[in-house]
Write a protein that binds this ligand. Structure first.
Ligand code: ATP
Length: 237
């Protein structure tokens, strides 16, 4: 099991503006793709930040990680402020597809893709990376800087970058939001194929419930615990 979580919760804000996200129980297997769904403002991005170790939860009964033969008690790492270890897990074993592309502005797209592989000591050339470049049609702008690209082109480049080092977990925040339906399909096909062929687990925040249901992708859906305020959401399958 890649992630094993019980009783995770996080709150931000004060008093009647307090916003809470709860994840009572969640297990994610290697190669599993799960869509995080729920109304706008329900906390999908917040949940991705928590599961991607970018934000510390306020409470967890169990928060465990196991990848590449290593187990980590993430709860304990947060409590002991082992930020170096948390950062190393993020850098080596996770790939992020953010709403803002997150590509480094001073590098070309090719440079962005090469950086993570070089940092991890992986060979420069990888047939699988070439195939991903072809699949999302980013070859024509590999030499360009992110500022010279459309939002959709940046999004496609950031998807390939997140997968370039074959991480154990990819966290994707609305990865098809700026794409036309054909490219949206290509992205979903690529994520499913990477999950199956490389055992990469994918957590995908999305509003595209129809698309994920058509593809048979499981959902972690947010329900509103306080309909009058909408400030507390519980996510479950
Ligand atoms: N930096 C922040 N500071 C304070 N509140 C925030 C911040 N970012 C988000 N929020 C609030 O936290 C709640 C959850 O936001 P989040 O972005 O996680 O929701 P979401 O489900 O991803 O939304 P969307 O579908 O619109 O992207 C919202 O009520 C939002 O207003």
């Amino acid at each position: 099991m890649l992630l094993d979580i019980e009783g995770l919760s996080y709150s931000r804000g004060q008093g009647d503006q307090c916003f809470t996200v709860e994840l009572p129980s969640f297990q994610l297997q290697p190669g599993e793709l799960v869509a995080i769904t729920g109304r706008s403002g329900s906390g999908k991005s917040t949940l991705l930040e928590l599961l991607g170790l970018l934000t510390a939860p306020h409470r967890t009964e169990r928060f465990r990680w196991r990848a590449n033969g290593y187990r980590q008690d993430l709860d304990r790492l947060w409590q002991r402020r082992r930020h170096g270890t948390l950062s190393s897990i993020r850098g080596t074993s996770m790939g992020f597809i953010l709403q803002t592309s997150g590509l480094l502005p001073f590098l070309s797209v090719a440079g962005n893709l090469a950086l993570i592989r070089r940092a991890l000591g992986l060979p420069k050339h990888d047939p699988d990376l070439d195939r991903m470049i072809e699949c999302l049609d980013i070859g024509p702008f590999l030499h360009k800087k992110p500022s010279q690209l459309s939002v959709g082109q940046q999004q496609r480049a950031s998807i390939v970058r997140a997968l370039a080092h074959h991480p154990a977990l990819v966290l994707a925040d609305e990865p098809t939001s700026a794409l036309d339906p054909n490219l949206g399909d290509a992205v979903m096909t690529l994520l499913l194929e990477q999950a199956r062929s490389h055992g990469i687990s994918v957590l995908l925040a999305t509003h595209e419930v129809d698309r994920v249901e058509t593809l048979g992708i499981g959902r972690l859906d947010g329900s509103n615990l306080h309909p009058e305020t909408g400030f507390a959401w519980r996510f479950g399958r």
